[in-house]
Each structure stands twice: as structure tokens, then as C-alpha cells.
Design a protein around this ligand. Structure first.
Ligand code: GLY
Length: 371
């Protein structure tokens, strides 16, 4: 009978700062006082059972001392907690404590915390602001920047989520010293991924300095934090919603995410990614985009970082091949991989399209012949 048009054209400014430094808790509190999240007095601090004692508790005390309301919402550390159930439990606890739309969520922790807390923030009261205080190399390298938030499902990782940009990101390098070596290596996998897709000089730098990161050499930590950041935000600024270029950040993740789920999270995200990177460089070599020497250099660097590059014996490779179809890049039932070109560049399949259709037989051959 009638047609009405609802005009909703928008100009949105979701710009934010990423601050890199050491022990940034006081800086965070001062920024909050000066309105980084607007005129908000209530802070729901979402953290995990490890980071609670290391950082989150102190941040809560500082907020309370500054006259604000702050409460901790803590879940069991580990990827297995990144679920809809944990999200629901946190939401119910926040409702119970009287948190409404006039709150800000403060994510304090690694990638699991920032992914989950960002998703809570994106849907709580139809969206409240959030701030990321990243305490791991993995969160600094990837998860805390770019506004991707999500939870895992039994089928695969990160299938349910939304884009919601933080008000600010703090990368606390001092916190890296609290990480076990496996977690440092896990963060290095995302770092090596960045070097492989965007910056050959950074790759060479990592080759020389990777051991210095393990001893927390200040200059090396800072360079790694800054370079990761530069690569990540340059891509996100051009394609926030992954309609093209942002797909390149998926390098190594087609096999990586699949093996992470098939391992039932025995592999940390970065460990799974390292195996995915090994598969991807084998594929790139098979397709003629990398020389044997370049492929071996990537595998060597992953190994230097104490990361796995072969498929563990407990993984059923046929199940792994089928799991590839849960990847978000699959289109019309066809597998698509991001493939690097040499070291420091990515193959552009078509104008603005970076994920290349790959036959299952080719993917299967790579997976079946890997060590
Ligand atoms: N972790 C990949 C991305 O942020 O797009």
C-alpha cells in the first residue's frame, strides 16, 4: 500500500589510539578520567583466572580509588572458555550487579579475553564501549587490534561474533615477562605471519633477533610490538570489514583454525597457526609462488621460534581436510586459501580478491604429504 524510506546514511568515526609501553595501568586510569570512554563511571572488567591476580585486580582497585564503580568478571583461562556459554554467564553476572547501558567494558588479558569481552560489549545493551588492555604478545600482535570479536563453537573457532572497535588499545610489554614460553611462541606465530605477508625486512629482523625476544630485550620487544601494530592497522584501516584486503591477515589460518579445533585446543592458537603456515608455504611452493629456499626459510623461522611445523600424530588428517570447509573464506562450497608470494608479499587472485580457490585434491595432497 505505502512505501517509506528510512534514511540511515552514516558517517562514523571509530578511530582510536594504540598505546605501546610498560606498566600502563596508571595511564589507563588517567585516560579514563579524561574521558577516553566518555562520561562513564561504571567499569566491568572482564579477565581470566590467570590475569586476574596479575593485572585486573590492581586495575579494579585503581578505578575504585578514583571514585568509579568497577567489578571483576572472571572466567577460566584458555581457548576452551571462549564460548557462548561463558559470554552468557558474564552477561548474567553483569546484569545481576546492575550494569546497564551506561557502562564500559574493560578487557584485561590475552586474545581470548579481548575477543570475548569485545563481543560482550558489542551486544550488551545493544552495544557499550570497551577498552582493550592486552597482556600477551598474541593479543598485541593480532587480537586486540582491529575490532574483530567472537566466540568459538564446537564446529569451529570464531564463527559467531561481530565487528566492534575498542575506544583504545593498550599493549603492555612488561606483561610479556609473565608469559610461559609456549605463549610467547604462540604470539610469535602471528608475528611471523605479519612478516611473511607484508615485510621482508621484518622477516629478516626476526631471523636475527628471535632469541633476543625470549630474553625480553627491550629494543627487540618494542620493535616487534610496533611492527606488528603497523602491519595490522594499515590493513584494517583499508578494509575494516574484510571485504577484500583484510583477508590477507588470514594467511596460514585455513589449516591453522581447522587444526586448532580438531586438536580440541591441545594446540594453542599460535601453534596451530604455525602448522597452518607450514601448510600454506608448501601450497605456495606447489603453486609456484615461493621457491623451495623461501619455503624452507619460513619453516626454519617458525622452528627457531619453538613452534611446531608438522601435524601431530593424534590428528586424523582426513578429519582435518573436512574441517577446512568450516573456514569463513569458503565460497560456494569451494576452499579458498590466502597464499604468500615469496616472503613479504601476498598473491592477489583478482582485483581486490586475495583468497585463491583451491581444489580439495590439492589441499588434501599438502596435508597428507606434510611431515
Ligand atoms: N586476525 C585476523 C584479522 O584481524 O583480520
Amino acid at each position: 500500500m505505502s512505501t517509506f524510506r528510512v534514511e540511515l546514511k552514516k558517517i562514523v568515526d571509530d578511530s582510536y589510539d594504540i598505546e605501546i609501553g610498560y606498566g600502563l595501568e596508571t595511564k589507563l586510569i588517567n585516560d579514563i578520567k579524561f574521558g577516553i570512554a566518555g562520561n562513564i563511571q561504571k567499569f566491568a572488567i572482564i579477565t581470566d583466572s590467570i590475569v586476574k591476580d596479575l593485572y585486573a585486580e590492581r586495575i579494579m582497585q585503581l578505578l575504585i580509588q578514583s571514585g568509579m564503580q568497577a567489578d571483576l568478571f572472571v572466567f577460566e583461562a584458555g581457548e576452551k572458555s571462549k564460548t557462548r556459554r561463558t559470554k552468557e554467564e558474564i552477561e548474567d553476572a553483569m546484569l545481576e550487579k546492575g550494569y546497564r547501558r551506561d557502562c564500559c567494558i574493560l578487557a584485561v588479558g590475552g586474545g581470548v579475553v579481548t575477543d570475548l569481552a569485545g563481543f560482550v560489549a558489542g551486544t550488551y545493551g545493544r552495544g557499550v564501549p570497551f577498552i582493550n588492555y592486552a597482556t600477551t604478545l598474541l593479543a598485541a600482535a593480532d587480537a586486540s587490534v582491529g575490532g574483530k570479536t567472537a566466540v568459538d563453537t564446537p564446529l569451529a573457532t570464531n564463527l559467531i561474533g561481530l565487528f566492534h572497535q575498542p575506544k583504545k588499545v593498550y599493549l603492555d610489554i612488561a606483561a610479556w615477562k609473565t608469559l610461559p614460553p609456549r605463549q610467547i611462541a604462540s604470539g610469535l606465530a602471528e608475528t611471523i605471519k605479519h612478516a611473511c605477508l607484508a615485510n621482508r625486512d621484518f622477516f629478516d629482523y626476526l631471523n636475527v633477533h628471535i632469541a633476543d625476544l625470549k630474553t625480553f630485550d627491550k629494543a627487540v620487544c618494542e620493535h616487534i610490538a610496533e611492527e606488528n601494530c603497523r602491519i595490522k592497522y594499515s590493513v584494517v584501516m583499508k578494509d575494516e570489514r574484510e571485504s577484500g584486503l583484510r583477508e590477507i591477515l588470514n594467511l596460514g589460518h585455513t589449516v591453522g583454525r581447522a587444526i586448532e579445533t580438531v586438536s580440541d585446543y591441545r594446540l594453542l592458537h599460535g601453534e596451530a597457526l604455525a602448522i597452518g603456515m607450514a601448510a600454506e608455504v608448501n601450497l605456495a611452493h606447489e603453486l609456484g609462488f615461493m621457491t623451495k629456499q623461501e619455503r624452507d626459510m619460513v619453516i626454519d623461522l617458525l622452528q627457531k621460534a619453538d613452534l611446531p611445523t608438522s601435524i601431530p600424530s593424534y590428528i586424523d588428517r582426513n578429519v582435518l581436510v573436512q574441517k577446512l570447509y568450516t573456514d569463513k573464506k569458503v565460497k560456494n562450497g569451494k576452499l579458498r586459501f590466502v597464499v604468500q608470494k615469496g616472503i613479504g608479499d601476498i598473491v592477489e587472485y583478482e582485483n581486490g580478491v586475495f583468497a585463491i580457490p583451491i581444489d580439495e585434491s590439492t589441499a588434501r595432497k599438502i596435508i597428507m604429504t606434510m611431515s
